[in-house]
Ligand binder design. Structure first.
Ligand SMILES: [Zn+2]
Length: 308
């Protein structure tokens, strides 16, 4: 049986979409310091527990037509979109690693070591990145409880799949160092010059985690491409960003002064101050590298001084 048989692809999509469902729960509960396992999913409006058959990734939302079965309140389309996205990312990763296996006969050992293991690890990375992007969008923060374990897992993954990805432990360590260090240095200089915090608190830890997984050239690419994407979005969606204020965490009291989001990169523009979370754009750029890294490294190789 081929690794890209339709049955495998459907299964891989289901795995990715289910992880997307879990990522939605993580993004909703971790910033509020709620338990990930208890209680089971319930309608945020009326509190009715969601039946398992309505909780099927992507399809549950579709056959409920985006409304709670009990109270009819609209359920955000973001939930099925996140599930769909991680399902598709899972399929893309699976196909890429299946392709990398080549034409030689498929033994169990090659199937596991060359496909299942790198696929599983990179899908864990993808899930962590999506969770962080969603949390940063909603709360303007990148929790240490996700960024730091993600960085550590990246270093450990380099031991397991470094041969296949080209990011072995030395490369992963360098990537983490550059990812942590460059934004930290830039932020320090910016703060010294302007007396204002530019990069958000968690951005450098996220970039460190990305560097640990994808290596130093990726960390540099993600920093520059993420900044470009963020700039573009700030221009295109300036009205939304200007309006956006971070929600209060439980136990937080609104200050009479305007609340300055601690984790947001605040851009001074002639439109006023925009609150733009940087994390989601770093994550978009990280996915570009994760899915098209070979092509990007080839195209940008001379720029970064590396050989693709
Ligand atoms: Zn409801």
């Amino acid at each position: 049986m081929s690794a890209i048989a339709p049955a495998f692809v459907v299964l891989v999509f289901a795995v990715g979409a289910s992880l997307g469902s879990f990522v939605n729960v993580v993004a909703h509960r971790v910033p509020q310091r709620l338990s990930l396992v208890k209680p089971a999913s319930r309608c945020p409006s009326c509190g009715t527990p969601i039946k398992w058959h309505d909780n099927v990734p992507v399809f549950g939302w579709l056959w409920l037509r985006g409304r709670c079965r009990a109270c009819g309140v609209a359920i955000s389309a973001r939930y099925p979109l996140v599930e769909l996205a991680l399902g598709l990312v899972a399929v893309a990763l699976w196909m890429a690693w299946a392709h990398a296996l080549g034409a030689a006969p498929l033994t169990t050992e090659r199937f596991v070591a060359g496909l299942v293991v790198p696929f599983t690890l990179q899908l864990a990375l993808a899930s962590g990145l999506v969770a962080l992007a969603l949390i940063d969008l909603d709360w303007f923060l990148l929790p240490d409880v996700i960024t730091l374990p993600l960085a550590l897992l990246g270093l450990m993954a380099s031991l397991a799949i470094g041969k296949q990805t080209g990011v072995d432990l030395p490369a992963a360590s360098l990537g983490a160092l550059v990812g942590f260090g460059v934004p930290l240095a830039v932020g320090l200089i910016y703060a010294l010059v302007t007396g204002r915090v530019g990069l958000g608190g968690g951005d450098w830890k996220l970039l460190g985690a990305i560097g640990a997984w994808l290596g130093m050239p990726a960390a540099l690419f993600v920093l520059f491409a993420g900044a470009l994407h963020g700039l573009l979005a700030a221009i295109l969606f300036r009205r939304d960003f200007a309006r956006a204020a971070p929600p209060l965490l439980p136990g937080e009291v609104a200050e009479p002064e305007a609340i300055e989001p601690e984790g947001a990169s605040v851009a001074e523009t002639r439109f006023g101050r925009l609150h733009v979370p940087f994390g989601p754009f770093l994550v978009v750029a990280a996915f570009e590298w994760l899915l098209f890294g070979r092509e990007l490294a080839h195209a940008l190789g001379p720029f970064f001084g590396v050989r693709a």
